[in-house]
Structure formats: C-alpha cells, structure tokens
Design a protein around this ligand. Sequence first.
Ligand SMILES: *[C@@H]1O[C@H](CO)[C@@H](O)[C@H](O)[C@H]1NC(C)=O
Ligand SMILES: *[C@@H]1O[C@H](CO)[C@@H](O)[C@H](O)[C@H]1NC(C)=O
Ligand SMILES: *[C@@H]1O[C@H](CO)[C@@H](O)[C@H](O)[C@H]1NC(C)=O
Ligand SMILES: *[C@@H]1O[C@H](CO)[C@@H](O)[C@H](O)[C@H]1NC(C)=O
Ligand SMILES: *[C@@H]1O[C@H](CO)[C@@H](O)[C@H](O)[C@H]1NC(C)=O
Ligand SMILES: *[C@@H]1O[C@H](CO)[C@@H](O)[C@H](O)[C@H]1NC(C)=O
Ligand SMILES: *[C@@H]1O[C@H](CO)[C@@H](O)[C@H](O)[C@H]1NC(C)=O
Ligand SMILES: *[C@@H]1O[C@H](CO)[C@@H](O)[C@H](O)[C@H]1NC(C)=O
Ligand SMILES: *[C@@H]1O[C@H](CO)[C@@H](O)[C@H](O)[C@H]1NC(C)=O
Ligand SMILES: *[C@@H]1O[C@H](CO)[C@@H](O)[C@H](O)[C@H]1NC(C)=O
Ligand SMILES: *[C@@H]1O[C@H](CO)[C@@H](O)[C@H](O)[C@H]1NC(C)=O
Length: 695
Amino acid sequence: MAATPWLLLLCLILAAGGVLQARAQPDSKGFISVDCGLQGETGYTENTTKLSMAPDNGGFTDDAGTCHNISAEYVTPLMGKSWFNLRSFAAGTRNCYTLRSIVPGLKYLVRARFMYGNYDGLHRLPMFDLHIGVNFWRTVNISSPFAAKFVEVIVVVPDDYVQVCLINTGAGTPFISGLDLRPLKKTMYPQVTAAQGLVLLTRFNFGGDENTGIRYPDDPHDRMWFPWVNSSSWTEISTTRRVKYEADSPFEAPMAVMQTAIRPRNASHNIEFDWEPQPQANDPSPGYIIIMHFSELQLLPSNAVREFYINLNGKLLNRDVMRPPYLYGQASYNTFAIRKSYYIVSLNATANSTLPPIINALELFSVIPTTNLSTNSQDVSAILVIKAKYQVHKNWMGDPCGPGTVMVWDSLTCSYAIASPPRITRVDLSSRGLNGDISSSFANLKALQYLNLSNNNLVGSIPNVLSQLTSLTVLDLSRNQLNGSIPFGLLVRVQDGSLDLRYGNNSDICTNGNSCQLPTKQRSKLAIYIAIPAVLIVIIVAVVLFCFIRRKCQGSINNSVRPRNEMMTSYASGDDLYGDGSLRLESRQFTYEELKMITNNFERVLGRGGFGYVYDGFLEDGTQVAVKLRSHSSDQGDKEFLAEARILTQIHHKNLVTMIGYCKDGEYLALVYEYMSEGTLHDHIEACGRWWKSR
Ligand SMILES: *[C@@H]1O[C@H](CO)[C@@H](O)[C@H](O)[C@H]1NC(C)=O
Ligand SMILES: *[C@@H]1O[C@H](CO)[C@@H](O)[C@H](O)[C@H]1NC(C)=O
Ligand SMILES: *[C@@H]1O[C@H](CO)[C@@H](O)[C@H](O)[C@H]1NC(C)=O
Ligand SMILES: *[C@@H]1O[C@H](CO)[C@@H](O)[C@H](O)[C@H]1NC(C)=O
Ligand SMILES: *[C@@H]1O[C@H](CO)[C@@H](O)[C@H](O)[C@H]1NC(C)=O
Ligand SMILES: *[C@@H]1O[C@H](CO)[C@@H](O)[C@H](O)[C@H]1NC(C)=O
Ligand SMILES: *[C@@H]1O[C@H](CO)[C@@H](O)[C@H](O)[C@H]1NC(C)=O
Ligand SMILES: *[C@@H]1O[C@H](CO)[C@@H](O)[C@H](O)[C@H]1NC(C)=O
Ligand SMILES: *[C@@H]1O[C@H](CO)[C@@H](O)[C@H](O)[C@H]1NC(C)=O
Ligand SMILES: *[C@@H]1O[C@H](CO)[C@@H](O)[C@H](O)[C@H]1NC(C)=O
Ligand SMILES: *[C@@H]1O[C@H](CO)[C@@H](O)[C@H](O)[C@H]1NC(C)=O
C-alpha cells in the first residue's frame, strides 16, 4: 500500500463560533493560533477545539503582505472559518511571522496551514520555501487549489521569539492560511536537539473514525492525528477502556489514538507499509525518524501470544520482539536518522505468535539541521527598536544577518563566526528620510564599526552613549539638523585617531559660539587626559629643556638652530579659528604642489587621523612637519574639516603642537603642524650638547 495519502488528506473540519479579543500572546496553555488574513481587531473561538484564533494584523507580520478571501467556488458548507482567508506576500523575497513571548530553549511544535482556493483568480499554484528562524524548514508545493496542506516542524527555539519565514523562490507568490505554535515537554521527542529538528511527513491514527482527525483537546499538545483505515487489507480493533502511556514517556500518544488499532484482515499476513524518500532542495537524501505506537487492546487468553518483529527493508529495525502491553502504550523508534533509497516497514509475527501483529499509530519525520545561528539577540533587540523608531520597512524582515549574505537586511553588514551568532557591524541609513533624534539603541549594537546617518532630518544632540561603541571607526552624521556640542567621549575617540567623525552641514553643531564650547569641567578632564601619560610629561620636560638650551645656542652659534619663518604664526588659541563660522587662520597658506614637495610626494605616513592620513615632511628650512591631508574619498566639507582641525588643536597641548599653516587648494585640504618626535628633540639636544662640549 502506498503511504502518500497525507498529501491528499483533506482538512479537519474547523468550524467557527464566538468572538474574542485579538491574541498575539500565547494563551494559558502556551498556544498561539493565528488565522492568517483574518481582518479586524477581534479573533474568535474555533468550534471543535474551543481554541481562540487570533487575527494576524499588527504584531505578527509588521503589516507586510495583503489579505485575501479564497474564491467562492472553493468554499464548502462544512469548511472551517480559518480556511476562508489567507495572507499573500507579493513583495519581498522573505516575509516572516514573528511569534513572541515564548520560552527560550524549549521544544515547540510549529504548524503552518495552506489552502490556495484560487484567491488571486489566476489559477496558478505556487511553490515556495519555508524557513524556521534562520534554518531551512521545507519547500511547500501547492499541488491542488482545494487541498488543505499542513506542514509541521518540531524544534528547540533558542530565543524568546520564533520566526516563520516564507521565501519567494521565483515559483509563485507565497501565501499562508494559518499558523500554530504549541509547546512540548522537554522530555518529548528526544531526537529534537538544538542542532536538529523534525519535519513531519505524516502522523497516522490507525483504525480511527475515517471522518475525523484527533487533535486538541484529545491531544493536550494539539498534534494532528490523521485517520488511516483500509478495510480491504486491515481489520480495526478498538476499546473504550483507558489506554495510557507511562508518565513522561517521550512520545505520549493521546488515549483517543491509542484506543484504536489495526491488524491484518488475513491473520496469517503481516502489516506492511512503505514510502519513498522525498529529496529536499538542500538535502537530496533526507534522514528519517520512525515512531510506532503499540498497545494490546484485547485481553488475551493465557494460551494466546501476540508478538512480532519490526523490520525495515527486510532487516530488523528493533532487535527486541514487540509484545504490546495490555492497555499501556509502548513506542518503538529510532534515535538516529536512517537514510535509505526506499523504505518498507513490515511487522512480522514470530513463529511462536498465535495472533497477527497490530499497530495503533505511526509518526514519520525527516530531520533538518538547525545549526544556523540567528543574530546576536542584543543586536536584534536594538535593530528592532531602530526599525520601529524610524519606520524602516523595506526588506527588514526575518533575521537581520541571515541565513547567508543574500538574506541580510538591506543597509546592514554583518560579521559571521563559526560558533557564535552573527553580529551587525555596519549600518548605513544615509538618505533614508529619518526623522526624530538619534536613537540611543545604536549604542546597543556593540559590534558596530560603521554608522552612517548622513543626509536625513535628524534633530537634537549627539548622544554621548555612542562613545561606548568601542569598535566604531566611522560615524557620519553630516547633513542633518543636529545641534549641541560633540560629546566628550567621541572627541577623545576622534583625537586618538580611532574614530572618523563627520558632522558637517548640521544646523547647530560647534558653529554657534556657546553650544560649541566644551564645559569647563570637561576641559579640565581633557587637560588631565592629555597631561598624565608619562611619555608626554617626559616630552614636556624635554621641550622646556630644549627651549632653554636653544636660547643659549641661538646666542652663540648661527647655523645650529633654524630661524623662525616669518610667515609662520604660532597657532595660539583654537577658539579663534572658527568662532563665527568663518576661517581666521593667519598662518601660512600652502599650495598642494608645495605639500607634495614638503612630503616628498607623500612618501612617509606617520599615522591615520580623524579625516585622513598624516604625512611626514620637511620645510625648506629643515623644520620637520606633520601634514594632515583630508582623505580623497572623504566627502567632508571645508567647514567640517576646519572644525575638526579646531578640535584637534584644542585637544593637543599648545606647547607640543604648533600649527604652521594650512592648504586649501581646490579639492585639497590639509593642515601643517610642527612635528617633534622624541627622536628629533633628542637629536637637537645632542647637537647642542656637542656644541657645549666643543666649547
Ligand atoms: C488498501 O490496501 C490495498 C491492498 O493492500 C491497496 O491496494 C490499496 O491501495 C490500499 N488503499 C489505501 C487507500 O491505502
Ligand atoms: C459552530 O458554532 C456555532 C455557534 O456555537 C454554530 O452556530 C455553528 O453552526 C457551528 N459550526 C459548525 C460547523 O458546527
Ligand atoms: C472577505 O470576506 C469577508 C466576509 O466574509 C469580508 O468582510 C472581507 O472584506 C473580505 N476580504 C477581502 C479581502 O475581500
Ligand atoms: C509540485 O507539484 C506539482 C503538482 O502536484 C508537480 O507536478 C510538480 O512536479 C511538483 N514540483 C516539485 C518540485 O516537487
Ligand atoms: C490468508 O493468506 C494465506 C497466505 O497468503 C492464504 O493462503 C489464505 O487463503 C488467506 N486466507 C483468507 C481467508 O484469505
Ligand atoms: C516479513 O514479512 C514480509 C511479508 O509480509 C516478508 O516479505 C518479509 O520477508 C518478512 N521479513 C522477515 C524478516 O521475516
Ligand atoms: C518460542 O517459545 C519457546 C517456548 O516457549 C521458546 O523457547 C522460544 O524461545 C520462543 N521463541 C521466540 C522467538 O520467542
Ligand atoms: C544555513 O545558512 C546557509 C547560508 O549561509 C544556507 O545555505 C543553509 O541552507 C542554511 N542551513 C540551514 C540548515 O538552513
Ligand atoms: C555616508 O553615506 C553617504 C550617502 O550615501 C555617502 O556619500 C558618504 O560617503 C557616507 N559616509 C561615509 C563616511 O562613508
Ligand atoms: C536642539 O534642538 C532642539 C529642537 O530640535 C531644541 O529643543 C534644543 O533646545 C536644541 N538644543 C540646543 C543645545 O540648541
Ligand atoms: C553642505 O551644504 C552646502 C550648501 O548646501 C553644500 O554645498 C555642501 O556640499 C554640503 N556639504 C556636505 C558635506 O554635504
């Protein structure tokens, strides 16, 4: 007999009654039942199970997709209300339902339901993929417009939410009619682990009423048990007595299922069923888990024996002889998935057996790996807050980072490691029309390296918490309406060269005299920050010493110390540079050609600062200089560049760094500082010392 009828099985009759408030939260049993495409605020109670069905507007899909009714010609009088409507997703590659408020680490049964019913009037049966979180679940092939299709998976859910995603693979518009989530006990289905899930192929109740399936409340976990009878080859056996499984048995088929069984019509025959492996897109030879439920339903006379072997493809599947216990459930199952090219299960009576074999129920699963990790949960929480705040909708569905780089959310970049969850490393929300202030949730993206919020309508001040992002190297806030001062923490990062901060073309950052001033307290902190490092103290002492010696030198010998260039004016106070937004640099102006000569065609890089590289150079008179050239790829405006220069010079100690001049030549912008490395100072002191000695 062929074991394909589950594909053709029609739906259980689910009829509808009363009206309930919408329920996006699990009910008291931990169940979530969604009637996809049901419009309005209110759900209803489903007639046979008395479970409350929630409409799927709002929370579940972020308003993605559109609601449809199936065509009238496919509505039958006994059809349950939940099949009348569905939600389809014509836009986007991936659209997801998010089921929330669940317990991380527990096992859940997730079931999706589909009935096409020519809802779109196109008579085009679609095929699409389902993902459970970031893992492939299965391909859904809608094979008939009136077939009600159930697709089920049992998985360990790692987070306090789980997403069911419909993937458009180019073979038709994905849709869904219903979605259920049911918690299972930890002890159930031990084959399900954090790394492996079970996809249901079929769950049969042998000998049950041909017209009804069994589910909640008969099955407290609301598994669906489909009837399978075949009167031409099997005889049904049933009892009205209680049939139970031991407490905490891993499979626990419900009593209503265990109360019926079949035996071969011809008592000298065996029970046999078969199926063919169903290759999946990512697994051509899926592994199977077979769970069989047995219970003796007849009180056997003392001289009668019912015992049988369980064979797969003619070989023992289970070495133990099965003797079903009277009115108790017993399961036979494999722990590790079996992979064969065909499957024939036969229950063969032993030689001693006086009675033919029986079977009460069968569950057949294929295994899927669930090893792909979802994005770091703190990153997910933060990006969801950001998504909600700025109403970013485009493509932001499912897991932000995966699976794979194809599914990554538009505007994000992630990093992947083998054993740890992906992290969000880059966020580029430039030119997205963002309104409001800068969300402090950006500071919760702890692995963020690049944040571009330029060219939006952001207002308010720059949050200081951003300086907690230790990996952040680029922060572009230019072209917004931000105001206030730049937080101290960020200034420090800019100063030490670890952060490229851009904030040009904002309404009121550092251009307005008052808002631009660093508070006095911060200044003194800044001074401490600068003064404390021992190396700097040594340098200061050395400079003082050097200046003292230099004065002595100057008086005595002509060539040992360079004369100061008249065009150079020491850059005394940063506050004057940019006080009213205009340039007040009275230093020497260099052309780009001159800079090229000074730096020997930008030969030696001293380091990389906030806005570009810093090059080593020598003026005509031999003064060693540091040339900070605005990076060519930078889109930083002149004002920003000079404001940044102002910050840099403010932070640098006046005695240590002297600004010699600047370059503003076409697109080129550069600042030229006197450069005194320890070595140079040492050399000078050495030179003077030699002179003293030679006197
Ligand atoms: C019932 O059993 C007969 C004989 O084994 C088989 O030919 C037939 O296909 C079965 N029917 C169903 C619906 O499985
Ligand atoms: C469902 O219940 C309602 C009210 O209890 C009743 O009117 C309706 O006929 C029932 N539907 C079915 C299919 O039993
Ligand atoms: C579906 O049918 C219901 C009535 O049964 C109606 O209220 C609703 O507007 C219909 N929805 C669509 C999308 O046509
Ligand atoms: C999908 O179902 C249709 C109709 O049953 C069938 O013809 C087709 O081969 C199936 N496609 C795949 C890839 O299984
Ligand atoms: C039962 O099967 C055996 C062997 O296949 C056969 O010889 C016998 O006639 C069958 N009995 C009936 C009642 O069909
Ligand atoms: C079990 O019975 C089937 C026929 O029902 C037979 O083909 C098979 O060889 C038997 N297996 C064993 C191990 O006896
Ligand atoms: C059949 O019964 C005999 C006698 O009770 C016993 O010795 C033998 O082991 C049994 N065989 C099997 C396969 O159970
Ligand atoms: C895991 O993600 C990769 C893409 O990176 C994908 O190809 C693969 O199918 C996924 N694995 C599962 C089990 O879904
Ligand atoms: C930020 O985005 C804008 C617009 O896409 C782009 O021009 C600019 O170069 C980006 N900033 C950085 C630092 O990459
Ligand atoms: C910045 O702008 C907001 C309005 O956008 C205003 O409420 C706030 O007072 C301004 N802050 C400063 C320091 O100007
Ligand atoms: C700033 O605005 C001015 C005038 O609108 C424009 O010319 C300049 O390119 C802008 N700078 C940046 C960095 O966007």
